[in-house]
Design a protein around this ligand. Sequence first.
Ligand code: ADP
Length: 485
Amino acid sequence: MKVLMVSPEIAPLAKTGGLADAVGALARALVDLGSEVTLVMPAYRTVLENVSPLQETGIEVEVPIAGRSVRGVILRTRVGERLPAFLIRADSYFLRDGLYGNPQGDYADNAERFVFFCKATLELARRTAPWDVLHCHDWQTALVPVLRKVHGQLYSEIQETKALFTVHNLAHQGNFPFSVWDLLGLEMQYFTPRYLEFYGNINLLKGGILFADAMTTVSKKYASEIRTPEWGCGLDGVIRDREKDLYGILNGVDYQEWNPETDPDIKKKYQAKNLIGKKFCKKDLQEIYGLPDKASIPLVGVVSRLVDQKGLDILNEAVEDLMHLDLQLVILGAGDQRYQALLDGLPGRYPEKVGVRIGFDNALAHKIEAGADIFLMPSKFEPCGLNQMYSLKYGTIPVVRATGGLDDTIEDYNPLSASGNGFKFSGYSGPTLLEAVKRAITLYVNKPAWRRLMAGAMACDFSWEKSANEYLALYQKLIERGGPH
Ligand code: ADP
């Protein structure tokens, strides 16, 4: 199986969130299963400065953008021993500090940057064909399936190739004003509600959903949620129309990266059989956040992008009451100024109880997974979510809202049968969040019960192998089906 895996971010090359983790780990898992996978990503500044080896391929692509021709240079690198990657270099677009924007917001030319990326990828795919599957991720790659089909004569070498489109988060759609339509190079007939128009704007994600041979999203629950007006972000009708080609495949965890037995970022490694190391990790975390070094107090961790989706408003609603409980709270996050300001104020008000770090810090994220007792994810919606699965592996019990992938992976603790691997709440409100945290810390003082819960959590297996096999089966199905959808 020859797969060209196209994504705007791929760990460890460049990452802003779970998308990068998911694509990088899926690619490695597919290689382990015997597929030939090649990655495609833009050559951002961080890639040019940090990735090695970085080699010339001698391939250059000329991309038409609104009547101009823009040149891209294709570089090559490798992730590990067996995973090659093409990096598309065009410094005027990608030689910047951020992937999609800076603290002030998204880059104003994101439409042009990613239209270029899609067109350059298609040209590269054509010139390096044959490929069995073009697997594209999120709106930044959505024009790949669109242009491949609409301008089939330009890309004849990849007409037999199957295009799979994975939506990691339906809330990010690549919506742009009609004024940038010329960049796409599509005929006007495609600017209609039947195709890429969305209430007067261009919606790139919608194009990907309509033109790919099949679509996946990252949990079964989310795949059913996005068919409804409540969670469909305006695209539920389009998704229902393509229902028979929609699949939910859960993201997995890369246990090479997230494993307390081998994690180089944590104070002391540990395993389910011997949890002494976790105590050192907790003490270390309390020190990092300047909190009283108390072994017996439950320490609640949060690692999150600070955006509406993540439930920070209900956390804020509950915070007063949470602070009356016997617990400590450490938070790591970056994102919207509004939430940063809300959180920044907390340690001043509750210096003994709350620590907040604003920023993106991968090592600290690992330390929180290891050092906390409880991991809180009160998301409004969550396509898959990775942190709750990482937490299980670290014996850090998740408290989550029952939505999307959180609902699929966390089973609420039942005190009668002692079954479950975490605590779940349904209603999106401060009081429901508070109630779930209370249940967790009530059990926490019952040491034998808590240890059993930890042992069960640490034994959960969300490795990529199972999900990668599901993707492989889907690739196979599309190939056997043949013909256009
Ligand atoms: P999303 O993709 O919506 O951000 P996920 O739970 O799927 O949510 O993935 C989040 C990933 O990003 C995890 O690997 C998490 O550790 C990481 N992450 C999020 N915010 C930060 C941060 N401020 N610092 C370090 N890592 C972070």
